[in-house]
Ligand binder design. Structure first.
Ligand code: M6R
Length: 608
């Protein structure tokens, strides 16, 4: 949720920290701060409410040449977004940045207050800073104090800190919150997300839970929580600068919507074979016999990842005879009683691979002995590391908080998994072959919507941006798209938007229709066309302001119609979804919103 950066080396730390924070800003953007320290232990702490640009403004008048520092961009959990609550926190000798939540911070605060500590912020992170400072007074080393403190805290953390007593060392640690270290000659870079390291080094070390790192100009030494030395594994970072730049687009969101043909091609590349009508996913770590045994697929995720699972579930149950797919919201599943039938495979879906609720479900399912596969984008992320196998979706960095290209590829990847299961069972139905053909056609079909429909959608967006409420409705495979379409609109435009199964309208939501609402209806020219049309007629009869997204040539009675020409039949919802992504984007632009970093949100929810 928050972003952490750190640097120790020969160069000036401030510009490195600020540019790193800029790249991590999508992880949290309600306040930001940096602290650097010189060789005489003089620290320069800068903090600002708001975006990193505010902090950059401050840095212009407080330039330092220090070559050691840490920084943070925050998404508030404990305490309002303000300068006072911004990181780095400073208590005694210690400066610290923290990502995560210290659950027992109240108890610790109480104890520290008795030792005369006074707290200036409302945060749990300041309590952790004070705790380390407190233990440091009697410890032989900062490492020992950090280890002692981390043994006392309950919760999740990614931290970076230093002490004014030793300006040549930064200590980092993680539990449940990612941290990556980039190593180069004479310098070490620290970040909570690989994008901050790009351009500095491609040699990286992913910290594991429970590890503490001592960073100096000579490199990093890892320790376990008992301060026993641990071997670090250096890996090559596969992320280039282009992937994290806007490349001529006004916003990452638009860039990522437009990237879908390309990103989807890389999801499918080498995995579907039209000649043999087959699918091959390399990293599942499952034999054909194991795939044949699968009777139940649980797909688990949050937000868009959850809808991707739901969407793919609808597809998979079309081309399998004996496989039941259930999609689960991770934040619900993790705390409720649930049963896992025999022959279940769990698919853990997450773009970032760091979502706390999704990770908790993975851990619980593994504890129960369920086979867990990841459908993850971020290579080397926690979920990717903890699953038994899986599929990387390979969409490249997704920077916009609203997820778009990841959704399309998650659906494709989960569907391919279903196809692998069906193949192993010996199925060779017409649907199965059609799915493989349509997956192959899908990138081109998305390209064509982007080419042919954008202008029209942009115009519509101007007209509908004035509404404060919206209903998105669809049937069958268009239902998950209605949910995803509504989520996209609400998060970037702040219009209250709800997705419904079109058949549910009469059971309540139709009461909402009035001039404050517009409706988005997904009308696919398939066996449910007449049924969906009836729903549209019902809405029109109540004065709806309906925008219909359809692939039909037939006459459609609606206030606005977006006609999407497509050769597809089964995967049409994914093409319609691109039209609703564009609608959400252009409505948000028309309302003057920050589409890449919508209010109150952050990319990658690593706390509950
Ligand atoms: O990184 P994840 O895929 O696990 O993230 C899950 C959700 O937080 C994410 O999809 C969220 O709903 C997006 N903001 C939706 O656009």
């Amino acid at each position: 949720m928050c972003g952490i950066v750190g640097y120790i080396g020969q160069k000036e730390a401030q510009p490195i920290l600020l540019s790193g924070l800029k790249r991590l800003e999508y992880r949290g953007y309600d306040s930001a701060g940096i602290v650097t320290i010189d060789e005489k232990s003089k620290a320069t702490l800068l903090r600002a409410k708001g975006k990193v640009a505010e902090l950059e403004g401050k840095a212009l008048t407080h330039t330092t040449k220090d070559s050691v520092g840490i920084g943070h961009t925050r998404w508030a959990t404990h305490g309002e977004p303000s300068k006072r609550n911004a990181h780095p926190h400073h208590v005694g000798d210690i400066y610290l940045v923290h990502n995560g939540i210290i659950e027992n911070y109240q108890d610790l605060k109480h104890m520290l207050t008795k030792h005369d500590y006074i707290f200036k912020s409302d945060t749990d992170s300041e309590v952790l800073t004070a705790l380390i400072d407190f233990l440091y007074k009697d410890a032989d080393s900062l490492l020992e104090a950090v280890s002692g403190a981390l043994k006392m805290v309950v919760g999740a953390y990614g931290i970076a800190l230093f002490s004014v007593q030793n300006p040549d060392e930064i200590i980092i640690a993680r539990k449940g919150s990612p941290l990556i270290v980039g190593v180069a000659e004479g310098e070490v870079f620290i970040a909570s997300d690989a994008s901050a390291l790009v351009g500095h080094t491609d040699q990286v070390i992913y910290l594991h839970d429970g590890e503490i790192g001592v960073c100096t100009r000579e490199g990093i030494q890892l320790y376990d929580i008992e301060t026993q030395a641990v071997e670090a594994e250096v890996e090559k970072l596969e992320l280039d600068l282009q992937a994290i730049q806007k490349e001529g687009f006004d916003h990452f969101l638009l860039k990522e919507i437009y990237e879908q043909p390309k990103s989807l091609r890389s999801t499918l590349s080498g995995r579907i074979n039209l000649k043999t009508n087959s699918v091959k996913l390399g990293g599942l770590n499952m034999t054909d016999d194991e795939l044949r045994e699968v009777r139940n697929i649980m797909v688990i995720g949050c937000g868009t990842a959850f809808y991707a699972g739901m969407m793919a579930g609808y597809f998979i149950e079309q081309f399998t005879d004996d496989v039941a797919v259930r999609s689960e919201i991770a934040s619900e599943l993790r705390y409720r009683s649930f049963h896992v039938p025999d022959n279940t495979v769990a698919l853990i879906v997450s773009q970032s691979g760091e979502t706390a609720d999704t990770l908790a479900c993975l851990q619980e399912l593994k504890r129960r002995g369920v086979k867990c596969l990841g459908v993850v984008n971020a290579v080397g992320s926690t979920i990717a590391r903890e699953v038994d196998g899986g599929v990387y979706v390979h969409v490249g960095a997704e920077i916009s908080v609203a997820s778009t290209k990841a959704f399309t590829s998650q659906v494709a990847a989960i569907t391919m998994f279903g196809l692998m299961v069906a193949q192993a069972k010996g199925a060779s139905s017409k649907e199965l072959n059609t799915y493989i053909k349509e997956l192959d056609l899908l990138p081109g079909e998305i390209e064509s919507v982007l080419e042919n429909s954008t202008g029209e959608i942009k115009k519509l967006a101007k007209k509908y941006a004035k509404y404060e409420h919206a209903l998105y409705v669809g049937r069958d495979t268009q239902y998950p798209i209605a949910l995803e379409g509504a989520l996209k609109l609400k998060e970037v435009s702040y219009i209250q938007a709800e997705g419904y199964a079109a058949g549910e309208l009469k059971h309540g939501p139709i009461a909402l229709i009035d001039d404050r609402f517009f409706e988005v209806c997904y009308l696919q020219d398939n066996w449910l066309y007449e049924k969906s049309q009836s729903n549209l007629i019902e809405m029109n009869a109540r004065g709806a302001h309906a925008i219909v997204i359809t692939d039909t040539d037939k006459r459609v009675a609606a206030e606005a119609v977006v006609r999407v020409k497509t050769k597809l039949e089964l995967l049409t919802p994914l093409v319609f979804n691109v039209a609703s992504q564009l609608l959400a984007y252009y409505i948000a632009i028309a309302r003057g919103n920050d589409v890449d970093q919508p209010r109150n949100l952050a990319k990658s929810v690593t706390v509950e």
